[in-house]
Design a protein around this ligand. Structure first.
Ligand SMILES: Cc1cc2nc3c(=O)[nH]c(=O)nc-3n(C[C@H](O)[C@H](O)[C@H](O)COP(=O)(O)OP(=O)(O)OC[C@H]3O[C@@H](n4cnc5c(N)ncnc54)[C@H](O)[C@@H]3O)c2cc1C
Length: 273
C-alpha cells in the first residue's frame, strides 16, 4: 500500500540488526528487527535506509525487502557491496542500528491468481524476487525461479536456497555453475521447452529486462519488471527517479519510487535510458 505523505514520519524506524551473513562474494544478508515494516511489507517493496551518521552520505539508499516475517517482526535485506552505504552495512555487527523509511513503493501483483509464474533474476535482482518466490510458494502457486550471475562465486550457494525450500535454475556467464549463459538465456530455454506461465516477473540489469520483455512479448506473456534508478526522496516528491514509458501515442515519465518500482514491462522504454 502506498504511504500517504502525512504517514511518512510513521514509516521511519530505528531498527536493530539481529543477524548478518556473507552469502556470496560481496553479498550480505541482513536480518533486522523491524516490526512495522515486517507487518506491512509486500514483495517488490523497498526500504530507504541510512546507515551511519545523518549527513554522510546525505541521501538514503533504497534496498528491496528480501523477506518479511510478521510473526518474528523481522525483515531481511540482501545487499551487494557497491559503495559507501553498502560497505557500511556489510561492516555492521549484530546490535547495530539502521534507520529505515518504509515499506515504500508499489510491488508485484500478489496474491496472484492460480496461474504459474517464471521469475527471472539477474544478480542482486534476486533480492525482491526471492520474497515473491517465498510468498507464492506459501500460497502453493506454481513458481519457477531462474537466476543468472557472472560466475558461481558471485551467487549464494545451494544451502542459501534449499533451507527455504527454494530450488532455482542457475546460469552463469562463464559456465562455472549451472548452465552457461545469462538469466535471459535460461528464460528463452524454458520457453522453447514449451512451458507457458501465466506471467513473468523480472529484476536485474536494464539490458536483461529489455530482453525478458521481448521474449515474453514473443510468447504473448505479460512481464512485470522491477526497475532500479537512483532515488533521492523515494516518496514521489523530487521526480529524480523518473523512467520513460510509452502510452498510446506519447512518452510519459513515471516515478520508480512511488509508481513502481514494479511496472508492466511492455510499456517501459528501455531504449531511452
Ligand atoms: C527500488 C530499488 C531497490 C534496490 N534494491 C537493492 C537490493 O536489494 N540490494 C542491493 O544491493 N541494491 C539494491 N538497490 C541498488 C542500491 O540502492 C544502490 O546500488 C545504492 O546506490 C548503493 O549505495 P552505496 O552507497 O553502497 O553505493 P553508491 O555510492 O550509491 O554507488 C553505487 C554505484 O553507483 C554509482 N552511482 C552512484 N550514484 C550515481 C548516479 N547518480 N548516477 C550514476 N551512477 C551513480 C557509483 O559510482 C557506484 O558505482 C536498489 C535500488 C532501487 C532503486
Amino acid at each position: 500500500m502506498l504511504p500517504d505523505h502525512n504517514l511518512i514520519p510513521h514509516l521511519i524506524h530505528q531498527c536493530t540488526l539481529i543477524e548478518i551473513n556473507k552469502v556470496a562474494e560481496n553479498w550480505y544478508r541482513l536480518k533486522l528487527q523491524a516490526p512495522a515494516a515486517a507487518a506491512y511489507a509486500e514483495p517488490g517493496q523497498f526500504v530507504h535506509l541510512r546507515a551511519g551518521s545523518a549527513s554522510d552520505p546525505l541521501l538514503r539508499r533504497p534496498f528491496s525487502i528480501h523477506n518479511a516475517d510478521s510473526r518474528a517482526n523481522e525483515i531481511w535485506l540482501l545487499i551487494r557491496v557497491a559503495g559507501k552505504v553498502t560497505s557500511a552495512l556489510a561492516g555492521l555487527s549484530p546490535g547495530g542500528i539502521i534507520n529505515i523509511l518504509g515499506p515504500l513503493g508499489t510491488g508485484f501483483p500478489v496474491p496472484d491468481d492460480e496461474g504459474s509464474a517464471l521469475l527471472v533474476a539477474g544478480g542482486i535482482g534476486l533480492a525482491p524476487l526471492y520474497f515473491l518466490t517465498l510468498r507464492r510458494q506459501a500460497a502453493a502457486l506454481p513458481t519457477e525461479l531462474l537466476l543468472g550471475g557472472l560466475t558461481g562465486n558471485a551467487l549464494p550457494d545451494d544451502s542459501f536456497f534449499f533451507r527455504d525450500g527454494v530450488h532455482p535454475l542457475i546460469a552463469t556467464n562463464d559456465g562455472s555453475r549451472g548452465y552457461r549463459g545469462t538469466a535471459a538465456d535460461l528464460l528463452e530455454m524454458r520457453l522453447q521447452s514449451g512451458i507457458r506461465p501465466t506471467r513473468i516477473f523480472a529484476c536485474g540489469p536494464v539490458s536483461m529486462l529489455a530482453r525478458v520483455v521481448e521474449l515474453g512479448r514473443n510468447c504473448g506473456l505479460p512481464v512485470y519488471v522491477s526497475l532500479e534508478s537512483f532515488l533521492a526522496c523515494a516518496v514521489g516528491a523530487c521526480l529524480g527517479c523518473a523512467f520513460p514509458f510509452k502510452t498510446d501515442d506519447h512518452i510519459e515519465y513515471r516515478r520508480v519510487c512511488r509508481d513502481g518500482p514494479v511496472f508492466s514491462g511492455e510499456e517501459a522504454c528501455f531504449e531511452l535510458v
